[in-house]
Design a protein around this ligand. Structure first.
Ligand code: URA
Length: 243
């Protein structure tokens, strides 16, 4: 349970500076349960709070956890240079409340991308120490052979990496597709592993993080959803990928 004044509530939710939020409230643009609220002095219970700004209904969230089905040609960088940033897909409020991608996908990689403004969550999900498995489906230029799968499971040496990197799991799906499970997230890791194994990745999609499957979220490319507690629980151990 926590109580905040309405201007502070709007500020925490990414609607702008306290001053700007007060001006929205004073102008009668904010309502709660159908009533315009102009009081910025009385603290309001935030737990379960819903409010309307310019006729759009919002639910107060102390922190946001988002799953995006990332389309191709969007960059995960905070300062994108060649393509629009993934944050441009979300409402502006999320940029203002400092929502960030959890790790990075290349601009041409598609699929499941988590985003949040919870620093501890971002750290847990992206740190290799926490061993959160990520499943990718790679399209390959040359056919997928058993030798390729064995090599990716055994480990391949990448330039600048002291030790060979191996897939946790790797399976042939069909002649030009394989699924690969990684717990680290080194720069271009799947593409570089395939190149080191003398193949070439022509397309890459992340289909699963931990036990959370993109297919279960029903998101078309470019669509996103909030992750509720049940879905967040799928991002914590124990993980049962491919069992
Ligand atoms: N590995 C890659 O090569 N690219 C990604 O975007 C993710 C993993």
């Amino acid at each position: 349970m926590s109580k905040l004044t309405l201007d502070r509530i709007l500020h925490t939710q990414g609607f702008g500076t306290r001053k700007w939020c007060r001006s929205l409230i004073n102008a009668g643009d904010v309502s709660i349960a159908g009533q315009v609220v102009t009081d910025t002095n009385t603290p309001i219970e935030t737990d379960g709070l819903q409010f309307t700004i310019f006729d759009e209904l919002w639910t107060y969230r102390a922190q946001v956890y988002i799953a995006l089905n990332k389309p191709a040609n969007f960059e995960c960088s905070r300062k994108p240079s060649h393509h629009p940033g993934v944050l441009s897909i979300l409402p502006d409020q999320f940029t203002l409340r400092d929502v960030q991608p959890v790790g990075r996908l290349d601009h041409d990689t598609t699929g499941l991308l988590l985003m949040s403004d919870d620093g501890a969550f971002i750290h847990t999900q992206s740190s290799p120490k926490h061993h959160v498995p990520k499943v990718y489906v790679a399209t390959t230029y040359a056919p997928v052979t058993e030798a390729l799968i064995e090599l990716l499971l055994k480990g391949v040496k990448l330039h600048d990496e002291p030790a060979p990197l191996a897939a946790e799991r790797c399976e042939r799906l069909d002649e030009h597709h394989l699924s690969i499970v990684l717990e680290q997230g080194k720069y271009h890791q799947v593409k570089r592993m395939l190149a080191a194994a003398e193949n070439h990745c022509t397309a890459l999609n992340r289909s699963q993080i931990g036990n959370l499957k993109l297919a279960d979220l029903g998101l078309a490319p470019g669509e996103w959803c909030y992750l509720d507690a049940d879905r967040l629980a799928l991002l914590a151990p124990p993980f049962s990928i491919g069992d």
